[in-house]
Design a protein around this ligand. Structure first.
Ligand SMILES: Nc1nc2c([nH]c(=O)n2[C@H]2C[C@H](O)[C@@H](COP(=O)(O)OP(=O)(O)OP(=O)(O)O)O2)c(=O)[nH]1
Ligand SMILES: [Mg+2]
Length: 131
């Protein structure tokens, strides 16, 4: 199966991160996610990160740091999540695609509300950024 390369942005302010609800009809629909999306053929992962965060939550990424890379096989889809912590940005994040969004304390993130691949992201965040 072809691996789908995905740029994922953990938008962080202190010990809080910004999350969105995936549309019911999307892959892994009804789960919470960190905003992001597929890296197109003509772009780098950072290009995709910038583009997706602008499209989905209306912010301009000013600086980001790689956090981790996760490969996960959902059975119907094989993904490679290229996860970046976004520490500086312009604009106030909001759902630009009618999706529900919220800021949440890193310590309150519940892996069960996210796609299975996100367990490792939540672990990494809770080690690095919890109060
Ligand atoms: N954005 C995002 N995708 C995630 C997370 N965890 C996880 O397993 N995924 C998976 C779900 C999807 O199969 C894939 C991302 O696809 P996506 O639906 O965001 O892609 P996209 O924004 O380009 O949207 P589209 O073109 O499919 O409409 O990665 C996460 O935290 N954030
Ligand atoms: Mg997306």
């Amino acid at each position: 199966m072809k691996v789908v390369h995905v740029a994922v942005g953990v938008v962080r302010r202190g010990t809080q991160v910004f999350i969105s609800l995936r549309a019911d009809n999307a892959h892994q629909g009804g789960k919470w996610e960190f905003p992001g999306g597929k890296v197109e053929d003509n772009e780098t992962v950072l290009d995709a990160l910038r583009r997706e965060l602008q499209e989905e939550i209306g912010i301009l990424v000013q600086s980001s740091e790689p956090l981790l890379i996760i490969e996960h096989d959902y059975g119907d889809k094989l993904v490679k999540l290229d996860v970046h912590a976004v520490s500086a940005f312009n604009g106030e994040p909001e759902g630009k695609e009618n999706q529900q969004t919220r800021w949440v304390e890193v310590s309150a993130l519940e892996a069960g509300e996210f796609p299975a691949a996100n367990v490792a992201i939540i672990d990494a965040l809770q080690q690095k950024y919890s109060k």
